[in-house]
Every structure is written in C-alpha cells, then in structure tokens.
Design a binder for this molecule. Structure first.
Ligand SMILES: [Zn+2]
Ligand SMILES: [Zn+2]
Length: 131
C-alpha cells in the first residue's frame, strides 16, 4: 500500500501500489479544475482506498464527480457513473507521497491538449529558478 494526502494534510489516504490503469489526461475538465495543463491519474478499486478526512465533492459534469480538500484546495479523486459501475475510482498520482510509485502508461484526451504542451519538454530547464 502507498500513501497520499492533500497539501495541508487534512485528508490522507492509503491505496494499492498497483493501478488498473494509469494515465496523463489533458481533458478540459482536468485542466480547468486543476489550473494545470494536465493531470496524472491512477485507477484503483474504490474499496481499496481508505481515507482520513472528508473531501468536498464537486459535480464537474453531468456524471463526473471531483473531490478536493476544502481547506487547501488540493484535488484528489475522480469518479463517474462508469467508474462506479466498475467499482473503480481515479486518484491523482501527483498527490502520492511517492509520485514515482505509479507511472502513467498513456496520454489521453490529447484532443484537448494545450498547443504548447506538445513541445514543453524542449523548453530550457533549470533545477531551481535561474539566477
Ligand atoms: Zn488539505
Ligand atoms: Zn481529464
């Protein structure tokens, strides 16, 4: 099992270190809710996730439900009718204590990807802010 939490630690959770599916998602809902160009998700059985704290649930679409911490705003989980039917939940990989524990296996919703993300890996890179 591996651990994750929101920024303030008000919500902490534990989940398996193996995902059924792991993706980087560029969809407009992920972009808007996170304020970031993409989100990395791990799909795991919902019953396998144990949680301390109560995230706020936001209906991001007719069927989509996004959970986040009310205190610090960190987004944590996603579910929808299909995932519920499958008994699965999506967890944001980047909120894991060890985000390298689960690597995304594919990129999805690239139709919504911001144009400059296609070449973002070619930008000048600095280990810290340049002086
Ligand atoms: Zn928090
Ligand atoms: Zn998405």
């Amino acid at each position: 099992m591996i651990q994750g939490r929101c920024r303030c630690g008000g919500i902490q959770f534990e989940m398996p270190d193996q995902a059924v599916l792991s993706t980087v998602c560029y969809c407009n809902d992920c972009r808007r809710q996170s304020g970031a160009p993409m989100l990395a998700w791990a799909m795991v059985p919902a019953v396998s996730v144990t949680m301390r704290g109560e995230p706020k649930v936001y209906a991001s679409s007719e069927r989509g439900r996004r959970s986040f911490c009310c205190a610090c705003g960190t987004g944590l989980f996603f579910t929808n009718a299909l995932l519920e039917q499958m008994g699965m939940v999506q967890v944001r990989i980047a909120v894991l204590d060890d985000p390298d524990a689960i690597a995304p296996k594919m990129q999805v919703q690239t139709a919504d990807r911001i144009g400059w993300m296609r070449s973002a890996h070619t930008l000048p890179a600095f280990e810290r802010f340049p002086t």
